[in-house]
Design a protein around this ligand. Structure first.
Ligand code: AMP
Length: 420
């Protein structure tokens, strides 16, 4: 497989798919530019080799050309961070785009307008009438797949090589994230540095595991994490199931959960998962005590109680001190740690202590040589909130992509480059 370090970009044009899907305020100021910064090493390497870059990205979820989602809003900031006056083309497959790409000189960069202004990027029909028949839907799907080929070919025609540095969209089989790779032979397509790091981190928790391996799965709903839990049962030594999911698991075994979050249609499944864990020799670890509240608010009255004896009118919004110690024990004795999802409603300061304790235990284990991967939305917010981001081995930039990788799915953006 080709690697970015081994590739000499001198005199070459590279199509680089990045994830510049950054949050903007109402005046189009970027409120968090981490995703742009994350792609800089790749872009800078190409430019300093004497190559030129055609940068492709999406921004938001437009359903057509929408000024609000134009990448022109971030052009100035990209130029500033890259240290190059980045050119722009306001239609990613226009003749102007082609001629600007063709005219690029070594060291120059061109940012294409939002790829998702075209339905062809995602390959899904748009604007179908709500009452469209199955026939019509099928025809529209076939038509977009056909025009997607032309779209992809046009994007590929701008460049000599393809670099994918957009892990955040690696779980999508879109034109610029996966299909485009077919137009480049294996010597001329590669991961960018960010993508390399993400793939390596996933590899370390999925295949190249130092044991014991502890995964901490938190968050609100069992239903959204079933596939991940099932896959992790084949990988881990200890699986801590925490957050709002706790109460579905304790109720399933006859515990009293008061007004805590519960998915009653998942009680049987929760029981089955416990049995599966047992059969596989995995320690399935559930809270023993809870910090309960008399309303869903930061200023609620609180007390600590046994997780199986939550009084009516009270709800578990975080783990209690005994559980913090229990989790910390497993975490500190681990060599591989994966964390996704808080132990409680960490957005409320009064219910963030458990998540902070987990973060700190992970930081300590990491200091003692464990590999720790944190990812998937809220746990990233957690480590940032508690100032622990640089005390874990790796914080993933990919929410959905990371979760799908942990589910054991092959990500199209990764497969398109390395073949699996
Ligand atoms: P998820 O998006 O499924 O990872 O869930 C994250 C959300 O779960 C966060 O917004 C937390 O506030 C919420 N959460 C965690 N623990 C609880 C709990 N015990 N009760 C209600 N919500 C919770």
């Amino acid at each position: 497989m080709q690697t970015i370090d081994n590739f000499n970009f001198a005199g070459k044009k590279a199509f680089v798919r990045v994830d510049f899907n950054v949050p903007l305020d109402e005046n189009f100021n970027i409120t968090d530019d981490n995703r742009i910064r994350a792609a800089l090493p790749t872009l800078k390497k190409i430019l300093s080799d004497g190559g030129s870059v055609i940068i492709g990205s999406h921004l938001g979820r437009p359903k057509g050309v929408t000024d609000k989602f134009s990448l022109k809003h971030i052009l100035g900031h990209v130029s500033e961070l890259l240290g190059v006056d980045v050119q722009f083309t306001n239609d990613c497959i226009s003749e102007e785009a082609a001629s600007k790409a063709a005219a690029l000189q070594p060291g120059e960069a061109l940012l294409l307008e939002n790829l998702r202004f075209y339905a062809e990027e995602e390959g899904k029909p748009r604007g179908l009438a709500e009452d469209a028949t199955e026939e019509e839907k099928k025809a529209a799907k076939a038509a977009i797949k056909e025009s997607q080929k032309e779209f992809t070919k046009t994007l590929a025609s701008y460049a000599d090589c393809y670099v994918n540095d957009a892990f955040g969209t690696a779980h999508r089989a879109h034109a610029s994230t996966a299909l485009i790779a077919e137009y480049f032979d294996s010597n001329n397509k590669m991961f960018g540095y960010l993508m390399e790091k993400e793939v390596k981190a996933v590899e370390k928790v999925m295949n190249d595991i130092a044991r014991p391996f502890t995964a901490i799965m938190g968050g609100s709903k069992v239903s959204s994490k079933i596939d991940i839990i099932e896959n992790l049962l084949n990988k881990v030594d200890n699986l801590i199931i925490t957050g709002g999911m706790t109460y579905t698991f304790t109720k399933a075994e006859g515990g009293h959960i008061g007004n805590s979050l519960c998915e009653d249609d998942k009680l049987e499944l929760a029981h089955e998962l416990r049995e599966k864990a047992k059969a596989k020799g995995v320690n399935l670890v559930i809270a023993v005590d809870s910090k309960v509240a008399d309303k869903f608010a930061n200023d609620a009255n609180t007390k600590i109680c046994d997780v199986n004896e939550i009084p009516d009118g009270w709800m578990g919004l975080d783990i209690g001190p005994k559980t913090e110690a229990l989790y910390a024990d497993f975490i500190k004795n681990s060599k591989t740690i994966l964390w996704n999802g808080p132990t409680g409603v960490f957005e409320f300061d009064n219910f963030s202590h458990g998540s902070q304790a987990v973060g700190e235990a992970i930081a300590e284990a990491t200091k003692n040589g464990a590999f720790s991967l944190v990812g998937g939305g809220d746990s990233v917010a957690c480590v940032n909130k508690f100032g622990l981001a640089d005390k874990v081995s790796y914080v993933s930039t990919g929410g959905g992509a990371l979760l799908e990788a942990i589910e054991g799915k092959v990500l199209p953006g990764i497969k398109a480059i390395r073949g699996y």
